[in-house]
Design a protein around this ligand. Structure first.
Ligand SMILES: [Zn+2]
Length: 178
């Protein structure tokens, strides 16, 4: 292999490594494994996640230095508040939260898993215990809705009917700022 060819192969390999979702950054918090690609995406997610008056007040006591700390604190608080709203406190509450750039990426991910197209800015995959969310469209209510699905999923041993699942998620969304 000549030098130029070798360099090109290395470059391609590096591109694959750094753009492959498996190489996305991952941070762990008490309830959530958060996956994202790049600090810019994390910062945008953090900025979009405006917590409202009551939750912001609860954030004040937290030890927050970096954007990672802040996102972790916010997400954990949203999990806890969702549990309070639903009055459901599952023992082993843990979900993966995957940040995707926009709604199109969410739709692509959905199609990859379920084989059909669905336009949505976020969804909770029951089988993977994973929330996929468009950072472009992120806000507190959207995340609370999906977290509602996750809490309900962790709480019931027998999965409630789809419409009831959805109703409880909507309830969490509606009351997250109470
Ligand atoms: Zn829903």
């Amino acid at each position: 292999m000549n030098k130029t060819l070798f360099s090109s192969v290395c470059l391609i390999a590096l591109c694959i490594v750094f753009t492959h979702p498996a190489f996305a950054t991952e941070i762990q918090s008490r309830y959530v494994t958060l996956q994202y690609s790049g600090k810019r995406m994390l910062r945008e997610f953090d900025n979009k996640l405006i917590m409202g008056r009551k939750l912001s007040a609860m954030m004040r006591g937290k030890d927050v230095e970096t954007v990672e700390d802040e996102v972790k604190a916010k997400v954990n608080l949203i999990v806890e508040k969702t549990e309070v709203v639903l009055n459901m406190f599952p023992d082993k509450m843990h979900v993966t939260l995957v940040l995707l750039p926009d709604a199109d990426d969410v739709a692509k991910q959905y199609k990859q898993t379920y084989g059909e197209r669905q336009e949505d800015i976020a969804y909770y995959a029951l089988s993977e215990k994973t929330i996929y969310i468009s950072v472009d469209d992120t806000n507190l209510r959207v995340l609370a809705h999906e977290m509602g699905h996750a809490v309900v999923d962790h709480y019931f041993k027998v999965r409630p009917p789809y419409k009831i699942h959805e109703l409880m998620a909507q309830f969490a969304e509606k009351h997250i700022t109470d």
